[in-house]
Design a protein around this ligand. Structure first.
Ligand SMILES: [Zn+2]
Length: 138
């Protein structure tokens, strides 16, 4: 066996290295562990062959909750949400409806954009009122 401390060759079963005196028992264990590691490495390098074939799930087989929406569905919902009042009601309903999480998330993102637009419009309107007052009472 090879000494890990100095690299000298020692007879098998020797407890201490003849060259440097380092204990060899732990090192022989270490080299054995290294061997199994190398073995498992070579196992890993072999092409992976699954013992079972995983079923391929198509979009149609997915439960309704996780089914992706088609681009036209997004387009349709976008049109629906932009209808005054009716769109807003649909938006709120779909934002809390978990029937399809993709539709729910789209409704939520649309809702966030709508809120930002409303806040921006309020700021602009407020600035407009202030500007008008400033022009009148200057
Ligand atoms: Zn040694």
């Amino acid at each position: 066996m090879t000494c890990d401390h100095c690299g000298a060759q020692n007879a098998e079963g020797t407890r201490f290295c003849v060259n440097c005196g380092a204990p060899l028992t732990a090192q022989s264990n270490y080299s054995r562990a290294g061997q199994t590691q190398a073995q498992s490495r070579s196992d890993a390098s072999r092409p992976y062959q699954p013992t079972y074939t995983q079923p391929i799930i198509t979009q149609e087989q997915l439960p309704e909750k996780f089914r992706p929406l088609s681009p036209w569905a997004y387009f349709g919902y976008g049109i629906l949400f932009s209808i005054p009042l009716v769109g807003l009601i649909c938006l709120i309903v779909f934002s809390f409806n978990d029937t399809n999480i993709n539709r729910r998330n789209f409704a939520r993102s649309y809702f966030i954009v709508l809120l930002i637009a409303v806040v921006l419009l309020l700021i602009l309107a407020f600035a407009g009122v202030l500007g008008g007052l400033w022009v009148r009472y200057r």
